[in-house]
Design a protein around this ligand. Structure first.
Ligand code: SF4
Length: 360
């Protein structure tokens, strides 16, 4: 039985002397944190009842931000040594401001700004400078960065991305004997496991799960994060195989990994610009449609389910046009509006079941 997330994090602090940083979604150079002996602990969807956060937020803020703030207000972040806020969207930016400027937590907060599309040559320079600025800011708290260690962690980042890529490929080809729930449980443990533990876990999962499965009814999932997990359980129950995904928390940001450049900053920059088209990077809708079409064709999926987090502005701006584009290509789509950790309503179950009947 693996230790719980909480036990694991305490062990990391006590046994390995690692600092723990709460990291908000979505993309950030985790290899730099690993190299500084900091363990990033990502905050996507903590299982909490919201009781305090509503006093600080508008009613139309997504539950990723609402639950993240709740986690801090309930004191669950007391063992953290700092926070990192990537500039993913306006909502995270607002959260960063509330936490840093108003809560008086006395914990260091770091910020990481990504360039948004359309990219120019100056975007690469900007990203590379952001990496170096982040390092200088972190060094004041965590000590000097050892570039040899950064090289080692960048290589580990490549190995993780490559193993994840194999898992996705095997699943798409119907050669991975794992339920939808098991797949995402393993992938998502990378949100808090140290790479020295996560890489062996991924490899063990690949080796123990490889094998032919009955293909058939398959779908591609698109959205931010696979929560509520009851939807995955329903897909398992009705025999639907997830052939691929376009989740911001999963394949969109995780699959490219650092590039092959020998300079670690260059490799991390290459990795960022190799990321999949994404609403949080302002990627053109046409790129998102062709990217999803490739996923549908490669995995033999019969349709795409847009698994939306309610009030997620970046995704909501794009989804009507992406749905329309896919429909023009003859791909069936279903849009589900979900709240994190809210389970599966009868109405949602019926809609998923009806969609699956329609595509088979
Ligand atoms: S769910 Fe959407 S709006 Fe909320 S933090 Fe994520 S990207 Fe931003």
């Amino acid at each position: 039985m693996p230790p719980s997330r909480k036990e694991y994090l305490l062990q990391q602090k006590e046994k390995h002397g690692r600092r723990l940083f709460g990291v908000f979604p979505a993309q950030y150079p985790r290899e730099i944190l690993w190299a500084l002996n900091v363990l990033p602990v990502e905050i996507w969807d903590p299982p909490l009842e919201v009781s305090h956060a509503n006093a600080h937020l508008q009613p139309y803020i997504c539950s990723v931000v609402r639950l993240g703030l709740e986690l801090i207000l309930q004191g669950h972040g007391r063992n953290l040594d700092g926070f990192l806020f990537p500039h993913t969207c306006d909502s995270i930016q607002n959260l960063a401001s509330i936490v840093n400027d108003y809560l008086g937590l006395n914990k260091p907060c770091y910020f990481f700004y990504h360039p948004k599309a359309p990219y120019r040559p100056s975007s690469r320079l900007f990203y590379s400078r952001q990496l170096k600025d982040l390092v200088s800011n972190l060094e004041a708290q965590c000590g000097p960065l050892d570039t040899g260690e950064l090289q080692r962690r960048v290589e580990q980042g490549r190995q993780i991305a490559s193993t994840l890529g194999e898992l996705y490929r095997l699943r798409g080809e119907g050669k991975l004997r794992a339920s939808n729930q098991a797949f995402y449980q393993v992938i998502r443990r990378g949100e808090y496991l140290h790479p020295d533990d996560f890489l062996p876990l991924l490899r063990q999962f690949r080796d123990s799960s490889e094998g032919d499965v009955k293909t058939g009814r398959g779908v591609v999932l698109s959205g931010v994060v696979p929560n509520p997990p009851e939807i995955l359980a329903l897909l398992d129950e009705i025999g639907v195989r997830v052939g691929d995904d376009d989740f911001l928390s999963c394949s969109r940001r995780l699959l490219p990994g650092p590039g092959r450049g020998t300079d670690p900053f260059e490799a991390l920059t290459e990795g960022y610009f190799a990321m999949a088209p994404c609403t949080t990077k302002d990627s053109p809708v046409s790129e998102r449609i062709s990217y999803l079409m490739t996923k549908v064709q490669r995995s033999g999926a019969k349709g795409v389910i847009f698994w939306m987090v309610k009030f997620c502005e970046p995704e909501l701006f794009d989804v009507p046009q992406v749905v329309e584009g896919l429909r023009r290509e003859g791909v069936a789509t279903l849009v589900l509006d979900t709240e994190l950790n809210q389970g599966l309503s009868g109405q949602m179950r019926t809609r998923v079941e009806a969609f699956v009947e329609m595509i088979t």
